[in-house]
Ligand binder design. Structure first.
Ligand code: UD1
Length: 381
């Protein structure tokens, strides 16, 4: 029996890990044993527990409860806690997802103890090292023993950094295996797309109809912690909602709520609150998010996951950043990169709300990435 330590910390990782948990439960229960480590990076129920409940993820075996702090402190606390669990549990593989501080911390702690790290969502690059996530993903890739890329672009990026897709098992840090497998988020979106409809009343509760609203999310520190940028985004949304007579559903990440409610944004926040078009909301559950993504007419976001889910559900997106790791969705015209310039956001919204012909080519695999990953693991042990 193969033992894996499945590591989660931030909201999107819980969602990604659910695909692996589900696959193990349904198809590999007699061959793979899963132990779940939650770092506690996200700790509010609406950022964490709700996803376990909705997606039927087994209970967490270990929770480090690190909570929020500076990058160095958060990373160090996770490393310290993870080291002890690794030594006690001795997993065959350590699964880490994406690019958060939890990914970085556990991958380093594991690699230094010579545990084999499996990086899921490997190879993505924004080519902007001022993002903490870019540092996290580069370091994690380079201490991993098996790397699974969600896109072909991810595989190309790894080859450019010296990885080879021709290595043969046994894989290790010094002889890493690299595979393109498709996106496990796509697995989830396909799996839950129909299930979610019967399980939430979010659209009825908010009197939203299919095709009559924009879904907005903002959580990156580069936007939320910069008052000028947060103001520009807010003003752009007020203008778009007013001019185009369109509602805007805006679920607030805790960091965003804290900042937008602060004194410096008093005027803007009042305008948002008083607008009959803008709905300021608590964070959505995964099922609620899927329903909103399926029903909206446009997504505006700085999230990596949300821009991609928009694409899965054939919705255009405006990305509130200057670059993206998911370049394919920009190249095919389904997404525009606007940064936070008010003028650029409005221009892109006018474009997408004029119902242009859009293409959503197959970029993210066949929805069976988790199956591929489990199979590869068993083949290569
Ligand atoms: C983290 C990831 C980011 C990912 C995002 C998903 C890093 C560097 N960033 O960003 O890549 O896209 O998660 O959401 O790892 N907070 C709460 N309750 C919570 C969680 C956070 O109140 O449950 C607040 C805290 O005030 C904290 C702030 O949000 O200071 C930021 O949380 P943090 O975990 O540092 O990063 P995220 O912005 O969530």
């Amino acid at each position: 029996m193969l033992k894996i330590l499945n590591v989660v910390g931030a909201r999107p990782q819980i969602i990604k890990a659910a695909a692996i948990s589900r696959e193990i439960k349904n198809h590999f229960g007699d061959k793979i044993k899963e132990v779940i480590l939650h770092t506690g990076q996200h700790y509010d129920d609406l950022m964490s527990q709700v996803f376990f409940d909705e997606m039927g993820i087994p209970p967490v075996d270990f929770n480090l409860n690190v909570g929020s702090s500076s990058h160095a402190v958060q990373t160090a606390q996770i490393m310290q806690g993870a080291e002890q669990i690794l030594l006690n549990e001795k997993p065959d593989f350590v699964f880490v997802y994406g690019d958060t501080n939890s990914t970085l911390a556990v991958s380093i702690a594991a690699a230094k103890l010579h545990f084999r790290v499996v990086h899921i969502e490997a190879g993505l690059r924004s080519f902007n090292k001022s993002m903490p996530e870019e540092i996290n993903r580069i370091v994690c890739d380079h201490v991993s023993s098996i790397l699974f890329t969600p896109t072909w672009k991810g595989l190309e990026n790894l080859k450019r950094e010296g990885f080879s897709a021709e290595t043969k098992s046994p894989f290790s840090m010094n002889n890493p295996g690299v595979f393109h497998c498709g996106d496990i988020m796509y697995d989830n979106s396909l799996y839950y797309s129909e299930l979610a409809s019967g399980k939430t009343t979010i659209l009825q509760d908010l009197s939203l109809k299919g095709g009559d609203f924009i879904l907005l999310t903002v959580h990156r520190d580069m936007n939320t912690d910069n008052p000028a940028r947060l103001k520009e985004i807010s003003e752009a949304m007020l203008e778009i909602a007013g001019k185009m007579k369109c509602k805007v559903l805006f679920p607030l990440h805790p960091r965003t709520r804290k900042n937008i409610e602060s004194e410096i944004h008093r005027e803007t926040y009042k305008k948002l609150q008083n607008s009959d078009k803008i709905i300021l909301h608590r964070p959505l559950s995964f099922f609620e998010m899927i329903e909103a993504e399926k029903a909206c007419k446009l997504v505006i976001t700085d999230s990596g996951g949300v821009q991609k889910e928009a694409f899965f559900f054939r919705k255009p997106s405006i990305i509130l950043r200057k670059e993206t790791e998911w370049v394919e969705i920009v190249e095919c015209g389904a997404a525009h990169l606007t940064g936070t310039s008010q003028g650029e956001i409005i221009k892109a919204a006018e474009h997408f709300l004029s119902s242009p012909d859009l293409n959503f080519p197959s970029i993210f695999g066949n929805g069976r990435a988790a199956h591929f990953i489990c199979n590869k693991l068993l083949e290569n042990t």
